[in-house]
Design a protein around this ligand. Structure first.
Ligand SMILES: [Zn+2]
Length: 328
C-alpha cells in the first residue's frame, strides 16, 4: 500500500459533484484515495487556465468541493505549469534579457526563460511567494512547474553549458525559495519528465522534492518491460535521479505522477473524451516496481473522466486503480 494515493483532475471537475461524490464515498465504492490534485490544464494557454482556476477558488462550488474533501480526510493539492503565469510573457517588451535565447541567438518570450539572469530569478521568487498564498495545499507540497514543453532551454552565453535539467533546477530552486518565504514549510516539486529526466548537476534546495512523470512512456507496456525501448528510456535515468535527491537529503517526499488514468492523454487532449479502460496489468506491474524503488507517494492524472465522460460512457474503473494503490 502506498502512503499517499492520489488522482489529479481538471480544475473544472471540482465545480460539480461527480468527482466529489466518488471520492468521498457517496457512490458506495469505498475508495481509499487520500490526495486529490487539482490541475488547470497545461499547454500554450496554461497561464489562462491558471487564471481561471484562481477565479474558481472564490466560487461557492469550490468551497463546497474543498469542504467535502476536508471532511472525507482527502488532502487537496494543486499541480500546474505555472511559469508563464509567474513570469508574464508581456514582460518581454520591457525586459527581453529575462527571456530565453533560442538556437538562432534571438531572445524569445516563447517557453520558459533565461536561467542565469538574476533579475528574472528575483521576479520569479516574488511571484512564487504571492502564489504560495493563493493555491494553498493541505500537504504544503506545491507543484508549480515550468512551461509545458519537452525541451526549451536558454542558449545564452551563461546558460549554454547548462542542461535543460540544470536550468529547470535553477528555476525550481527560485520557486521553492519564494514559496518558503510566502508559506513556512512549503515544498516544491522538481518535475522530472522529458528533457528533465536526466539528473541535474545543480543541487536542489532543501525544500525541493522529486516528482517523476514518465510521459513519453509506452502506456500499453509495463515500465520495466525489457522489450519496450520507450519505457527503457523513461526508467533508465530513475536510479540516478533517486540517488541525486537522496544525496541532497530530499528523497522523503519523492512522488510518482503517472498516466494510467489520464484520459486527456488517451483522447489526444481534445474533447470529446474517448472511451477509456484502465490498462490494469500495466498499472499493477508499474505499482510493484515503484514500491520496490521505495516510492510511497503515487498519483495519476485522471483528466477527462468527470461528469461529461460518465454521461457518455458511464463510470470508469476508479476502484480498480484505487485497489492497486492499496496493494490489493
Ligand atoms: Zn540564459
Amino acid at each position: 500500500m502506498f502512503r499517499e494515493r492520489g488522482i489529479v483532475i481538471h480544475a473544472e471537475d471540482c465545480l460539480n459533484d461527480y468527482w466529489a461524490d466518488r471520492l468521498t464515498g457517496k457512490t458506495g465504492e469505498g475508495l481509499h484515495l487520500n490526495v486529490v490534485g487539482v490541475h488547470p490544464a497545461g499547454g500554450h494557454d496554461a497561464h489562462q487556465t491558471m487564471e481561471a482556476a484562481i477565479r474558481m477558488l472564490s466560487t461557492p462550488e469550490w468551497a463546497k468541493f474543498a469542504s467535502r474533501m476536508d471532511k472525507a480526510g482527502i488532502a487537496v493539492e494543486f499541480e500546474m505549469h505555472a511559469l508563464s503565469w509567474m513570469l508574464e510573457r508581456d514582460k518581454f517588451a520591457t525586459h527581453p534579457h529575462w527571456f530565453r535565447m533560442d538556437e538562432t541567438g534571438s531572445r524569445t518570450p516563447k517557453f520558459n526563460c533565461c536561467a542565469s539572469e538574476p533579475e528574472v530569478l528575483d521576479y520569479i521568487r516574488e511571484r512564487a511567494c504571492a502564489l504560495a498564498k493563493i493555491f494553498v495545499p493541505d500537504t504544503n507540497k506545491y507543484y508549480f512547474w515550468i512551461d509545458d514543453v519537452a525541451s526549451a532551454g536558454c542558449q545564452c552565453e551563461k546558460c549554454r553549458s547548462l542542461t535543460p535539467a540544470d536550468q529547470c533546477m535553477i528555476l525550481t530552486n527560485a520557486i521553492a525559495e519564494g514559496l518558503e518565504a510566502g508559506r513556512p514549510g512549503a515544498k516544491q516539486s522538481y518535475l522530472a519528465y522529458c528533457a528533465t529526466l536526466t539528473p541535474p548537476k545543480i543541487a536542489p534546495r532543501h525544500n525541493v522534492f522529486l516528482e517523476y512523470a514518465p510521459i513519453q512512456r509506452d502506456h500499453d507496456a509495463p515500465l520495466a518491460d525489457p522489450a519496450s525501448e520507450k519505457n527503457a528510456g523513461q526508467i533508465t535515468p530513475l536510479p540516478a535521479l533517486l540517488q541525486y535527491f537522496e544525496a541532497a537529503g530530499c528523497l522523503a517526499d519523492a512522488k510518482v505522477l503517472d498516466y494510467w488514468m489520464d484520459n486527456s492523454l488517451f483522447s489526444g487532449w481534445k474533447l470529446p473524451p474517448k472511451e477509456f479502460h484502465l490498462r490494469e496489468a500495466v498499472c499493477r506491474a508499474d505499482a510493484a516496481m515503484y514500491r520496490e524503488l521505495g516510492f510511497d507517494a503515487v498519483t495519476s492524472f485522471g483528466c477527462y473522466l468527470g461528469q461529461n465522460y460518465a454521461e457518455l460512457y458511464g463510470d470508469t474503473e476508479l476502484a480498480v486503480y484505487d485497489g492497486i494503490l492499496m496493494g490489493k
